[in-house]
Write a protein that binds this ligand. Sequence first.
Ligand code: C2E
Ligand code: CA
Ligand code: CA
Length: 570
Amino acid sequence: MLSAPKQLKSTQPRLLLIDGNRGCCTRLQETLGLTAQHLHCFSTQEALTAEPLNADDIVLLGLEHFDNSAFQTLRVLTTLLPTQPIIVLAPAINGDQGDALIRQGASDFISLDQASPETVLRAFRYARDAHKDKAEINRLRNSDPLTGLGNRRSFYQSIIQLISQVQDSKLQIALLTVDLDGFSKFNGQCGPKAADEVIIQLRDRLQSAVSNAHSIHRLGNDEFAITLTCAPDENLHQLTREQLKSLLPQTNMPFRTANRSSILPGSIGVAYCQPGATVELDELIRRAAMARHQAKQERPGTYRIYDPTFDQQEAGTSELEPELAFALRANQFELFFQPQVDLKTGKIAGAEALIRWRHPRRGLIMPGEFISLAERNGMIIPIGYWAIHQAGMKLKALQLEGYDNCRISVNLSFRQFQDSNLPHTIHRIISQNEINSAFLEFELTESALISDEQHVGYCLQELSNLSIDFALDDFGTGYSSFALLQKLPISTLKIDRSFIRNVADNPNDAEIVRAIINLAHSLDKKVVAEGVENTAQLDWLMQNGCDQVQGYLYGPPVPFKEFMRMLEKA
Ligand code: C2E
Ligand code: CA
Ligand code: CA
């Protein structure tokens, strides 16, 4: 028997081996010379009811055979222990079986017949380090450094859980979002230090005014979210009105910074989520924002409760919306291309396709002005297919010119997944036009992933069978579950440009970006930094192992011909 290697004797985390017949348990003890003190063996049933796991514990699943029940056990474990690294052990695991295990959520696998103590230990260390990165990122990503409150991401997490309790008729929620009128102007005039002081004062006032809040989060800048909850038989509307009564005087009091006193009235929007009238996460947030907008328009420093008539008023204000369908038929959309540069080779590795609208009267309209309208009225579905078709044709043109390795990414909106034919239609576009889908990538945001996990997972798998890659866009700004990240065929994380902006001089942003890069690499994913505008950011990203960059430093999005010229010059 081998003697226990030193590294393991001193490791804190426990190894929990889940193994129906104990065969693997004995083998692992023999291979590593472990005692029961280090290695705890359970049957599957025992394991799921055993004492709670520590964050560092490594879960090992010993498999005798690769049959359906083995995969089922793995699925149960990954579902019930989403934050725990799970390593599968079996006497022999071939490449295909290994791939299948990783797809089902295993962190790693070890073929015991070929395993030396070193390879086993390396796998444990890797799983533990990757796990530590995740825990650290979670901490950084959930809190707002200025106020110490939960940030937008943790707000999403908490509200998703609350909504599911409303769906089970166990709870009612009122979401209040607050912001200050004239805050950006104040920031510009008095500087960021004074602006930070205002934010801190606002936090203190919100905390003292709402005694019954379930939680208070800072969503960004001067925007805060207050969540009120009560039991289904309580009067939610009355509770909310009482809270508003104590809140309004607080948000309307002048803010004192240095020697001046500034009036920045707070506007509040309220939206309810109640059993029987449950609304989805995005819709609830949208309603609260819409109500706040109404309040602001009517009289700053007041509140409004969401009312469906707000939507009708809003729809009337956009003249672009009814023109979208015509614009598509009249061929008024165009894709621009922004280069993505590989930092190892310094060469253009691909481009992101970004849509523009050449409007006959208004000139070039940016997507920020019409994509959300198209999402709202469903036009994003045909526009999205148009964009995929166009991008595919441009990819073909590039390959004809000999740019064989240039990848093109296309943005996919969460709303496009509501079309149940999505994988099928994309398949058709690709095969009819003989597009080489291995160089096609889709960018999706974290909100798309959680909108309907199962269906999105299915679509991604189908498309990934066509060799299409996926990138997670605006990474860091939304809610993302690490379990999903591991499970879905996502090969790239695109770090949102809000983190890149100050990465070279803000230690907090630097820490987050570094952690994201480490996480991505430990999950074997590529990292692209967005919005790189200067060489200080570029140098920092190079030093910290970022794989690719995209941003004005290398070039803004340009028409296809111009992008071709960039490739020729490179
Ligand atoms: P996105 O996917 O995050 O795209 C990146 C945006 O950042 C682009 O804005 C790009 O022009 C801008 N950008 C690139 N480099 C820099 C930089 O160095 N500094 C700064 N400040 N900005 C930079 P754009 O083209 O206005 O697109 C806005 C958003 O519209 C995109 O954000 C994407 O979410 C959406 N979008 C664009 N095209 C499509 C499309 O075909 N389909 C869908 N569903 N959405 C699209
Ligand atoms: Ca994008
Ligand atoms: Ca982005």
